[in-house]
Design a protein around this ligand. Structure first.
Ligand code: CMP
Length: 447
């Protein structure tokens, strides 16, 4: 959240990112959805307008009018550069103003005169409120692209169901308007339910044929409804299936990888205990980072973005390792770019005594033991924030001890070249590391 999103008024304009403005937008969306159901239904079913319905209608018109005014003075997220009342209102006049204004006119207020044709026209004009649905579509698009807490696929599915439901309602209303041969004394509820039944059987291409068109107008209407139904069917087969399959891309990707690995382990007859260790490593990878390999994702980014992402991803390790905590920003920015995450499972030997040192290690989570060559004597245990493997690199000598993972460990490695480059430039880090290397070596010699 940017600091500005906390203020309702920014530069004398209403801040579209503010919670209150978002709540207002949601309120308008709810009123629009209500209108898109109520207006066509009232047009065809001609139900009496009681006091409450009249009040609700006026509230809708009043709120839509107020929304027009609010939009004149709200920051427009689509506009680039500095915004002022002049810029914002001009943009609004040339874009959504007409739609918003037409849908806000309270035609209901003029209803009830003695001219039936005028009344009919006014009731038809109320349909202009449906224009606002264009705004709802925009709102939904915005929501699916900006939401972080919900999987956008679920949102898209929910919107899809919403549009199909609305379409069925409109087809039912159209069918009533065309007056299919219903009985004289049919109630409004039954009339609507039977028409909705027709709409849904036609849209879903089930078409039992118990309600059929007879006049030309009805036949043409039914043809259109069938075409829409066929289109929807194609859309569902083509899109919803893939939407559902993609709900959990990460999990699907990971499961596929696990299957490949298991097949390989079996094919090469790897011993069962090693197979189990490999699989539990993957399970840990899934639990700790949803199976993603962070470094390969980061490597595709341009350098500046890579540093930002790396700084964020590695903020834990920077906080935990005392050596980094006291270091300059410059050092931290440089080091995060060259750290590579690795996972070790319990019992893994990370370092073997006598090997040539290629890298050093920083512990992000878990703990390791400093052990003798045969692994029997434990000299020390290092936990979160600790580092090891520096003696071989600083003194340019073989590894002085072995290191074994005591549990699952998230560890960052720093290559020898990267370390030397850093030590050349940052003297204080160099002296700290040399002092610790000396102290540890003495301790080892004491053992
Ligand atoms: P290196 O010699 O490269 O590889 C083994 C590592 O174990 C060594 O670097 C140190 O980082 C670490 N180590 C050795 N002795 C101790 C100790 N007494 N306490 C903590 N860590 C140690």
């Amino acid at each position: 959240m940017s600091p500005d999103s906390k203020k309702l008024i920014v530069n004398k304009l209403i801040n579209s990112e503010h919670g209150l403005k978002k709540l207002w937008d949601l309120y308008i969306v709810i009123l629009t959805v209500f209108s898109s159901i109520e207006v066509p239904a009232r047009l065809v079913l001609d139900f009496p307008v009681n006091y409450w319905l009249f009040v609700v209608d006026l509230t809708v018109s009043g709120s839509f009018m107020l929304d027009v005014l609010i939009n004149f003075i709200s920051i427009n997220p689509d506009l680039k550069g500095p915004q002022s009342f002049r810029v914002v209102s001009r943009k609004y006049l040339s874009s959504w103003f007409l739609v918003d204004f037409l849908s806000a006119i309270p035609f209901d207020l003029f209803l009830g005169g003695s001219f039936t044709y005028v009344n009919k026209l006014l009731r038809l004009l109320r349909l202009l409120r449906l224009l606002r649905l264009l705004r709802v579509a925009q709102f939904m698009n915005h929501l699916s692209s900006s939401t972080r807490s919900l999987n956008p696929v679920y949102l898209r599915l929910a919107f899809f169901v919403f549009w199909i439901g609305l379409m069925a309602h409109w087809i039912a209303c159209g069918w009533i308007a065309l007056g299919w041969g219903w009985e004289e004394d049919i109630t409004r509820t039954r009339l609507y339910l039977r028409s909705l039944y027709f709409a849904i059987t036609t849209l879903t291409t089930v078409g039992y044929g118990d309600i059929t068109p007879s006049t030309n107008a009805q036949t043409i209407f039914a043809i259109f409804a069938e075409l829409i139904g066929a289109g929807l069917y194609g859309y569902i087969v083509g899109n919803v299936a893939s939407l559902l399959a993609n709900i959990d891309v990460a999990k699907a990707h990971f499961t596929e990888k696990m299957e490949q690995v298991t097949a390989f382990l079996k094919y090469r007859s790897i011993p069962v205990d090693i197979q189990q260790r490999v699989l539990s490593y993957y399970n840990y990878l899934w639990d700790s980072r949803m199976g993603y390999d962070e470094s390969s994702v980061i490597e595709e980014l341009p350098p500046s973005l890579r540093t930002e992402v790396a700084l964020y991803l590695n903020r834990d390790i920077i906080e935990k390792v005392p050596l980094f905590k006291g270091a300059t920003d410059e050092f931290v920015r440089e080091v995060v770019n060259v750290l590579k995450p690795q996972v070790f499972t319990p019992g893994d030997f990370i370092i073997r005594k006598g090997e040539i040192g290629e890298e050093m290690f920083f512990i992000s989570s878990g703990s390791v033991e400093v052990v003798s060559e045969d692994g029997k004597a434990v000299y020390a245990t290092l936990g979160e924030g600790g580092y090891f493997g520096e003696i071989a690199l600083v003194n340019r000598e073989p590894r002085t001890a072995s290191i074994r993972a005591a549990e699952y460990c998230d560890i960052y490695t720093l290559s020898r070249e990267a370390l030397y480059r850093m030590l050349d430039r940052f003297d204080d880090v160099k002296s700290q590391m040399e002092a610790l290397a000396l102290k540890r070596k003495r301790e080892l010699q004491g053992n």
